[in-house]
Design a protein around this ligand. Sequence first.
Ligand code: 6R9
Length: 661
Amino acid sequence: MSAIQSVSHETRVFNPSEEFKRQANISGMAAYKALCDEAERDFTGFWGRLANENLKFSKPFTQVLDETNAPFYKWFTGGELNVSANCLEKNIDAGLGDKVAIIFEADGGEVTKVTYKELLTRVNKLANGLKSLGVNKGDRVVIYMPMSIEGVAAMHACARIGAIHSVVFGGFSAKALQDRIVDTGAVAVITADQQVRGGKQLPLKTIVDEALSLGGCEAVKNVIVYKRTGADVGMQAGRDVYMHELAGKQSDQCAPVMVDSEHPLFILYTSGSTGKPKGVQHSSAGYLLWALLTMKWTFDLKPNDVFWCTADIGWVTGHSYITYGPLAAGATQIVFEGVPTFPNAGRFWDMIARHKATIFYTAPTAIRSLIKASEADEKVHPKSYDLSSLRLMGSVGEPINPEAWMWYYKNVGGERCPIVDTFWQTETGGHMITPLPGATPLVPGSCTLPLPGIMAAVVDETGGDLPNGQGGILVVKRPWPSMIRTIWGDPDRFKKSYFPEELGGKLYLAGDGAVRDKDNGNFTIMGRIDDVLNVSGHRMGTMEIESSLVANELVAEAAVVGRPDDLTGEAIVAFVVLKGDRPADDELRAKLANELKGWVGKDIGPIAKPKEIRFGDNLPKTRSGKIMRRLLRSLAKGEQITQDTSTLENPAILDQLGKAN
Ligand code: 6R9
């Protein structure tokens, strides 16, 4: 684990306004502390109470937490429920049937709204369609869809019949899609003919065809195709079926299949520190409880709110804060297709104004790019829009630098809206460390304090507690309901990755470094301590990119590191040794670099493309042959090497690699 540097001390503090506090679901620090105390005092009583108050079980659970096979924790055992029914029927029964569930805005600006009742009808028809194809409880269904009401409905249709969905982000390549289809053993793929981003039509169905042709996908019996653009795509007879044809002829009634609390709701792949992405497996009851509760606590959700999370359903944020949390909470939410910069960089602000969004949740990388755009063009500056509907804002995916935080606070929130900087992960299912907007004093750049019941701590390399002010390893000391259950098909890797023996085997290892403030105990996240990069809020394993590069026939060896980047947080820099000689010609090297970038883009997806590739005759290695990534990180940043290089076998290589191509 690499060294953790200390961070500068932030002294600005923003207390919740009296007005916000008065109406907040958790009002004031005393209320927050009371919940924390309850969890400390009676851990299982606390979680049991919340589950009973928030979830609708068809069969009540008999035990809150079963730790007999730790770290394979089980929550709410003996209970049965259906996640989709907890989102749809539960709210319809409570009188919200005609409330708008989703306001969908397409890339071209067309708006479609569905009520809770209408959404249930769509979900039921699609669920019946899946059943008619023979998809059963426990079967895996891969979803490779654009942002759409149909994408959300597809996830719910799976949940409704107890099928386990695995959503693959629409930017992933055929190879990455195939890997996930093979690993899950999916029986069906739900996709669209095309997706539309920034006015461009991009393929989806043809990528599915390619993925399936790569082999190992024999379990896939059907491909269900949502007609997004109407493009002419090849339909394989007997295998492929259009969604409207499949769902159109089905009944609009579909009894939800009740499943065990622990039944897997979904598998979502995320990068780890080794080459193969990890299939993070989530549960039904525990996962849903936290998605719902954090809507109430972190987002202070009220019946009249218009909630907007800008994430894609291909990431965990889209799962918890589009597909499940807001719908379980009976919210009206905005779902959008496209990019923040089309038709112009004012899209977010324009949409907030038109749909009167009250809660807005986005990523620092989007904020940073919009700061840049609005500095260049007043018309797309947030001040050119009426953002007075907003009352709360959030940030997720990566650390938000205090400057971006302040800009967001002033220009988007009008110095009126609290910002919840929510730290969490694919593995945690929902928020872990975040301000509560009606309680916690905000400090730009800090995710502040753990939610009640989340026993987060900072420890040293042996798992020993560190005092506040000292940077270390972020862990969680007790399980929580929405935690990862296992890595699909690889329980050993689950144990090793998240409950490592080095830390005593009982602490959940987040993989991030953190420090707590000496005065108020606030957490500041200091980035990953493993070989995982965070590029525009997307997790990328350095090994994954290295494996892709060395799979190219020209490449002998590759090492990938991250470099701080103003826009994307981190940028990918690859150091490559070719099988042949390193070309002396600048132009030839640039051409090769482009070729390899394209290769990685095709192999994994555009988000994995290195920003820079440098070629060397060799890589800096210790005498025992270990690549010295620490040095490569310095070289990528353009730093002078001041570290001790005496253990280096080939110090001369540093000169060559220190220069950009
Ligand atoms: C939800 C999500 C998880 C990693 C995590 C950390 C980084 C997320 C953050 C943050 C600082 C925040 N991260 N939120 N770092 N402050 N508020 O992003 O999940 O894609 O699995 O990424 O993202 O490094 O470990 P995921």
